[in-house]
Write a protein that binds this ligand. Structure first.
Ligand code: ZN
Length: 600
């Protein structure tokens, strides 16, 4: 009979940011038990070596005899042979304010099981019991537990015994502990819960609006995939910070990090862009409940977490998810078609501003995500493309093509539903290249050339033709100013560009963040990290000053630039180039609405 592995975790040392963990193994391997900790967490494709945060690792038998425990490599430990039950104890240093690791201080605690619970090698499929222990600290501060880990016996605060079917199941349930703002709602009759931790003007939070919008988004998604739903309950665990933004998907919950400015307040003017970004994030992670958590690449099924796992398919799992996350705001009637098209144009601009899209295909971006996308350097604009952003344009291209060719009888939704019914619900993984074939099979449209050009090749999609049947004009226009992100143009166009991302530096200068190859600054020898201090003898202590100066200059003007590289002062001449058209604008034409695509 399989024995249960008993994990215990306690949060009692907030000042040291330490979780105390113990693991009881009833039937260890008589030849010497090994344990391991994941090196990466599903959904985030970077080797993170969580073991670096483990300290004071000890092992003993159930009767108290000390056993040697030796690291075989960074994340695998060997315990000496014994015939008795073993108890392993260690501390986890938890000071990573992200959705991928663990954090514990006087204000809240959060952990992913991948960061804190070692895997018992050879017993990966055994039941995992987890005791989330109330400590003196948590009791004194009236902390509560929020997790979707199935409870066995817990108190009203949520402390007590939980249980997962096996280790792979266990790591799907991050745990938040603290004092929360708790919101609950039903979407399609399923209970949903939102817990927020962090410093926030809670009395001003527009809870009703947040709940109303989340219900609308969740119901659009649940109705798209139809019953049976993938979960019986769902939890949004939200950590609020000054400027964080990100999320990680799990089978019936998501951990989100957002800025307090992302939330709706009673006096917020709607639709506020930052709040819409937050709703998009919620919409995105919720959609992953189907797309990647259940409809998933074959290689992600029981993926080993000790080394990278490679797939070409992230264009689908992140790109399609990114396409729908914004579209659902329109389908949920949170934004109208004009607002959606403006946001879409800005999303598209992010691709058209990346010359790196001609250097790397989306499929390769997915395959090499471990070293390229997740470890981007300042040259990324010139060398890579994101499988999120260009993947979402491939999704858009697919949706528009299917709708136009079938007179709206089919859409990308049909492919999603097919994948859900034939793969997700059947727990069947998707082999490489299968989705491309399924797109053609389901719709009867041959997409072979489409994928060859846009997924495995580096061509731009022909959005002028793709949008035309829908009465939408796709145009590329030059930037109005240095902060222009694309979308509907309101200001007067300036003709000069520098080909760089610039920020205001604390040194009262303009810091060069990224430089586009073959554009003005690059040609003048200016590199990322440099600080521009003067142009034509005028002090440049902020971007606004530079923008004003650019407006009175012309193409081919030569300006003198003083800049620091590290602590060394240099002078160079910049030849001002004309602005290239790389900002996307989407405008409705007289034909808009003949082939309906959007709400309102
Ligand atoms: Zn995602």
């Amino acid at each position: 009979m399989q024995t249960t592995i008993q994990y215990t975790i306690s949060a009692n040392k907030p000042h040291q940011h330490i979780f105390e963990v113990s693991i009881q193994i009833t039937n260890p391997n008589p030849n010497g038990q090994q344990l391991s900790l994941p090196k990466w967490i599903p959904g985030s494709y970077l080797i993170r070596d969580f073991s670096k945060h483990l300290n004071k690792i000890t092992a003993q038998t159930i009767t108290g005899t000390n056993l040697t425990i030796t690291p075989l490599e960074t994340s695998i430990w060997q315990i000496e042979k014994t015939n008795q039950s073993i108890i392993v104890e260690y501390q986890v240093y938890a000071w990573d304010l992200s959705v991928r690791g663990s954090i514990f201080d006087h204000h809240h605690a959060f952990f992913n099981p991948t960061s804190v619970f070692m895997q018992v090698i050879g017993q990966e499929d055994h039941l995992c019991s987890v005791l989330i222990e109330a400590s003196n600290f948590t009791e004194e501060h009236h902390w509560k537990v929020a997790t979707t880990l199935p409870a066995v016996q817990i108190n009203t605060e949520g402390f007590g015994q939980y249980q997962a079917n096996n280790y792979q199941d266990l790591i799907e349930y991050p745990v938040a502990i603290g004092t929360f703002i708790e919101l609950t709602f039903n979407a399609c009759n399923l209970p949903h819960k939102v817990v927020l931790t962090g410093k926030i003007e809670s009395s001003k939070l527009d809870e009703k609006r947040l709940i109303k919008d989340l219900i609308a988004i969740c119901e659009v998604e649940l109705k798209l995939f139809k019953q049976p739903y993938p979960f019986k309950e769902y939890l949004f665990q939200i950590m609020i910070t000054e400027d964080g933004y990100g999320g990680l998907e799990h089978t019936n919950s998501t951990a989100l990090l957002c800025s307090r400015n992302n939330l709706p307040y009673l006096n917020t003017q709607h639709p506020a862009d930052k709040y819409l970004n937050f709703l998009e994030l919620c919409s995105h992670e919720y959609f992953h409940s189907w797309n990647v958590k259940r409809i998933k690449p074959q290689v992600y099924q029981n993926a080993k977490l000790d080394k990278p796992v490679y797939t070409n398919q992230l264009w689908w799992f992140e790109g399609i998810t990114s396409f729908y996350d914004g579209l659902f705001l329109n389908h949920a009637n949170i934004i109208n078609s004009d607002q959606y098209l403006d946001r879409l144009a800005k999303e598209m601009t992010r691709v058209y501003r990346m010359p790196g899209r001609f250097q790397q295909s989306v499929a390769e971006s997915s395959w090499l995500t471990w070293t390229k996308f997740y470890q981007q350097d300042e040259n990324a604009v010139n060398s890579i493309i994101s499988y999120y952003t260009k993947g979402s344009l491939i999704a858009l291209g697919l949706d528009l093509t299917i709708r136009a060719k079938t007179n709206n009888k089919q859409s990308l939704n049909n492919i999603l539903l097919n994948l859900w019914q034939n793969y997700g619900l059947k727990n069947k993984g998707l082999p490489e290249f299968a989705i491309e074939k399924i797109c053609s099979q389901v719709t009867g449209i041959d997409f072979t050339e489409f994928f060859k050009k846009y997924l495995y090749g580096t061509q731009d999609l022909d959005f002028i033709s793709l949008f035309e049947p829908f009465g939408i004009e796709f145009t590329l226009r030059p930037a109005n100013d240095l902060k222009d992100l694309g979308g509907t143009s309101k200001t007067q166009i300036t003709s000069i560009q520098l080909g760089a991302n610039l920020t205001n530096s604390q040194n009262k200068s303009i810091k060069v963040a990224q430089v586009w190859n073959e554009q003005s600054l690059s040609k003048a020898g200016i590199a990322s990290g440099d600080e521009i201090i003067a142009i034509n003898g005028y002090r440049m202590d902020n971007i606004e000053k530079l923008t004003e100066l650019m407006q009175i200059l012309d193409q081919n003007d030569i300006v003198e630039c003083h800049y620091f590289r590290r602590d060394e002062l240099y002078t160079t001449n910049i030849i001002l180039q004309n602005n290239i058209a790389d900002r996307v604008e989407l405008i409705k034409t007289a034909n808009y609405g003949k082939l309906a695509w959007l709400q309102n």
